[in-house]
Design a protein around this ligand. Structure first.
Ligand SMILES: C[S@@+](CC[C@H](N)C(=O)[O-])C[C@H]1O[C@@H](n2cnc3c(N)ncnc32)[C@H](O)[C@@H]1O
Length: 297
């Protein structure tokens, strides 16, 4: 097998770190995430993971395994009602959610920056129900790619993405989804303000990689403000991580619940978009309100 050497930097490189952690967890006995495709991806990549990111970290591996499972559970819940839905994964990196949740009917659309879209196409198994769109999640033209959004339903996921965008970009994405995807849901994660501010000092490192600056942040207590992005957002719900494995799993769970500590790792939220006229249209227009966020210069 010819292995592929990814040449990524900045935010795209962070996808290798999340993959590294997820795959490490998937390789454990009684793993919290069953992900054989992630394990195969690791073999197909010619990349000095350990040299770049250090040895796998038991806390982060389990946290990221649980975070992916939390997204999977939310997607599955929606598919239980609308099995032919399209899942749009914004900033999908080398995530392998399709192979974990596939029910044989859904369609999957990954929206990724061109260098990552190319990697996905080269490395992941092809399926006529999986597409990769090379472009930015901030360009709303990906919404035109969804087939019959009102009839089949749509779940948009943004895992590990929005914190790297600017607050107006986040607001515009949420507003466009609420406007164009009535009856759909969006599952996203966010970093707390303190942790995001720390990334902007340039001093938060994972092995040899500096975590890129996070521009949008939201403390868990601020979630309800997300409704302000568009009147079509009818529900904002905090999603809890599933139970983990052993003592480390308990630690991950406690950390994600304790007020002083939970803002240090990503919090998962589900938005529901009310049934409205198909094709969108609200009296107040998109982006009418505010999404909490930091706007560093
Ligand atoms: C932390 S990684 C997360 C990857 C994957 N979702 C995961 O959880 O493993 C951030 C991802 O966002 C992607 N990304 C950054 N800016 C983007 C943009 N404007 N549009 C689409 N994807 C973007 C990067 O290429 C990268 O894959």
């Amino acid at each position: 097998m010819t292995r592929i050497r990814p040449r990524l930097s900045g935010v795209p490189e962070t996808l290798l770190w999340t993959l590294y952690n997820r795959a490490h967890e998937a390789g454990q006995r009684y793993a919290v995430l069953d992900d054989p495709v992630a394990l195969r991806l690791m073999e197909a990549l010619d990349y000095p993971f350990e040299e770049r990111f250090g040895r796998p970290n038991a806390f982060y591996s389990q946290l990221q395994g649980l975070r992916s499972r939390c997204f999977d559970l939310a997607v599955r819940e929606y598919l239980a009602e609308r099995p032919r839905a399209t899942v749009v994964a914004l900033g999908d990196g080398l995530e392998t959610g399709f192979w974990r949740v596939d029910n044989g009917l859904l369609n999957w659309l990954s929206v990724e920056l061109p260098e990552v879209a190319e990697l996905r196409r080269a490395l992941l198994p092809a399926s006529d129900r999986v597409r990769v769109l090379a472009g930015s999640a901030t360009d709303p033209s990906w919404l035109d790619e969804i087939e019959d959004p009102c009839g089949r339903g749509v779940v948009v996921t943004a895992q590990g993405l929005l914190m790297y965008l600017r607050p107006p970009q986040v607001r515009a994405i949420l507003a466009a989804c609420a406007e164009r995807l009535p009856g759909g849901v969006m599952v996203l994660d966010s970093m707390g303000r303190r942790a995001a501010a720390h990334t902007r000092t340039g001093r938060w490192k994972v092995g040899g990689m500096t975590i890129p600056p996070m521009r949008w942040a939201m403390d868990p207590g601020e979630r309800r403000k997300l409704r302000g992005a568009h009147p079509g957002i009818t529900e904002v719900r905090a999603l809890r991580l599933p139970r983990g494995r052993g003592a480390m799993g308990e630690l991950v769970r406690l950390q994600s619940l304790l007020p002083g500590l939970r803002a240090l790792t990503p919090a998962v939220t589900r938005l529901r978009f009310g049934d409205g006229p198909c094709g969108g249209g609200s009296p107040n227009g998109p982006g009418a309100g505010n999404v909490p966020g930091t706007v560093p210069q």
